[in-house]
Design a protein around this ligand. Sequence first.
Ligand SMILES: *Cc1c(COP(=O)(O)O)cnc(C)c1O
Length: 442
Amino acid sequence: MLSLFLTDYTTEELTACIDAAYDSKFDTEEIAPLVQADGAYYLELFHGATIAFKDMALSILPHLMTTAAKKNGITDGIVILTATSGDTGKAALAGFADVPGTKIIVFYPKNGVSAVQERQMVTQKGENTAVIGITGNFDDAQTGVKKMFNDAAMKEELAAKGYRFSSANSINIGRLVPQIVYYTYAYAKLLAEGHIADGEKINVTVPTGNFGNILAAYYAKQIGVPIDKLICASNTNKVLFDFFQTGEYDRNREFVLTSSPSMDILISSNLERLIYHIAGDDSAVTAELMKKLAAGGKYDITDAMKKGLSDFVSGFATEDDTAAAIRSLYELTGYVIDPHTAVGDSVYRRYAKASGDATKTVIASTASPFKFARSVMSAIEGRRSEEPDMDLIERLSKTANVALPPAIIELKTAPVRHDTVCETAEMPDVVRNILTKQVCGK
Ligand SMILES: *Cc1c(COP(=O)(O)O)cnc(C)c1O
């Protein structure tokens, strides 16, 4: 699959990257198990180093990047700048930690990630890693990072020091391509196990934030995987739902912190790629719309472009819907899902009921429930508990009858290594400071 897209690499190079990425960092040999519960198929994408789906691509990205750099005779240090709503940051840190010739700097919203997510990041090991909390929200962090990428003066300043910026955010094509693989895998697995007939179409439901994961499913469909509907599930920050309903993308609205923080996003960066495709692969039209988004926070698409969205179904789940989805699946089957997956579950089940569409459906299960134990346990028990996170995690392990993942066990004793907090406006200076202090890779 990778060789179809990453045609600059030899088979040997890709194989070496794959072997380095999908090894014992994953806690199951299957890498992405498909679990059937209450008539749906949950594609568990959370068995990597940080127990969330971003490990699927971020485990291989550093190897793809350093292989590409080597092939192209690039000797500059690669500086990964990343804004995270919680999961990308840790997955990128885990992927790049101590990779020779790289450095990684991650910004996260200080008050916008779960306790476990924050702890995972601030305990990150590796001499080439830096983690900074910002006083704004995720969009502020992402905008700050994008500004640095587009700052020609800063780029020159870094080049003089032997550095070049690169991104590990979901706009990086090296993130998208590995994600296409697992949708294809899920289809093949359903077929191999006799759940579907050859050529039978399936639906795919994706809890969505930056629109990367669902775009990968769209690409899987484009290259011929028999997928019918792409069900785009949003939480209360339902800017994508509104877009699919009306054709107007409008980020001018209140930003809400939810129990699915990795989807608390008002600017879905990868939507730009879909816009490009539905505009007939027209980059001028796309650039025009993105300019409008940057200037006024909104844009409209034409009726002709709207036709390109017919593969998509959209829905959103409120906080109550999300908790209800976790509880009812648990009560029915004993299977426990995290709040992000629950947004997908809730939207899927409402869609299936309303439309009568009985197509077999794969739900992207994007995080381990252990990562969001507080929300999960309060959904199951119907009350908010004051217990410390680690106690809740232990209790969840008993409730779900699932052993604690190694990633969680490590957190218990890991020391805090990163405690810098800054304002959004200070981000460039923080980066300069880090780059003058640290050496690149080791
Ligand atoms: C990032 C993330 C999402 C959203 O994925 P996008 O590719 O940004 O749409 C959903 N769930 C979890 C747990 C995530 O970490």
